[in-house]
Structures are given as structure tokens and as C-alpha cells.
Design a binder for this molecule. Sequence first.
Ligand code: URA
Length: 227
Amino acid sequence: MDRFLSNAKMGTRSEVKKYIKSGLATVNGIVIRDESFHVSEKDVVKLDGKLVLPHRMVYIIFNKPSGYVSDRTENEACIYDLIDHPYLDELQVAGRLDKDVEGLMLLSNDGVFIHKIISPKNHVQKEYLVWFQGELTNWKIELVQKGLKTPTEQFKPAILRSIRPGLLSLTITEGKYHQVKKMMNFLDLHYTKIQRIRIGKIEIGDLKPGDFRELFEDEIKSLFLNS
Ligand code: URA
């Protein structure tokens, strides 16, 4: 009983034990004061009269502002400072963004989901907008289309599109360390701002910087259809 309630984010293990002892927990309408009571799948559990949903997988879309790191750290402002969610301690990112990069991030406590998104084998597209200075020629676009080869790295074929002078879109299906920045540097394009706007079919839309929401079921499924 205490494990069920704490896994369901109703409080720490010791907090929920206190709730149980004080008679706040019911199973199928009966008060249960025994913390070792075994909760089974079909049981209806309530705490202080409110239905408790069992532990679940959560999938979150977040608009990362610039200036936050993607790792849990106490020394610097990190994205987890901005996400007020009961499952926060379990959330992992599906692809980090650098401190100075902003935009769409997906977070989940489902390791299989995270792996599917970041594994290049699944070809999930990640689209970035890049504000830049420099000349974007057709030749550079073709190089990227063929798969950019730098002296130290080989990138998979990607899609580079000019949106307007000084703004381009780059779509990649892998997530190598500093990949967008390395590609820009190699193409002699000086980036001034990078924003991820899409992962698979999921777009940042009108989610404001610093805001998050849970994904809908069809959005989660759409990630692994052809993107
Ligand atoms: N590529 C980068 O260079 N940085 C990021 O944060 C993401 C992709």
C-alpha cells in the first residue's frame, strides 16, 4: 500500500505511511490502515477521498529557453528547475540541447521511448532553425544532402533549406555531440541562434519558452510512424 501510493507520487514513503496510519487511504471503499496491504490491479484506491492513479509512463514536451543546461545540476540553472511535475525525479531527456540552444525537448520516464527517439536507426527527424551570418550556397546544400564529411566525422544525409537570407532549416536524423554547430562551422556559416522546432511529427507550435505539457497518445504514436 505504501509503495503503491509513493510510486503514484502521493508523497514520500514515510509521508504516505503516516497517511495510511491516520486512515486517509481506502481500497474499494474500505479504510486500510495496514501499510503492507497488497494493492492489486483492479483495486480502486483513494487518498483523502481522491482517486489515486497507479504509477504511469509520462511523456512531456517542453520548450527550453536559452541559458539552461539539460543535465541535472545544482551549480547552474537547469531545465528541471522549470518543470513542475510530480514525476520530475524520474524524467530523462530524449536528446539534450546545449545551454545556448533553445526549443523543443521531449522528456519521459519510459526508457524504451527515449532510446527509440535518439537511436539513429529509427530515423526520427529533428528539425532546427538556425539564424546565421554567411553565404548559403546550393553547393553547401548538396553537401549536406549527400552526408557531410568533415576531417573527423561523417554525418548522415540531412536536409538543409534556406528560409530567407540569414535563416535556414536543418533536419537531421541523428544526434551527435554538437552536431548542428559542427555542421554550421564546417559550412562556414556563423550561427547566432539555434532552435529545435520539431521531433518527428511533433512541433513546438505555440508552446511558450519555459512551458511544458504532457503529450497526447496520438502524438506519442506518431513519433514512430514515418517522419
Ligand atoms: N546540435 C548542437 O550543436 N547543439 C544542440 O544543442 C543540438 C544539436
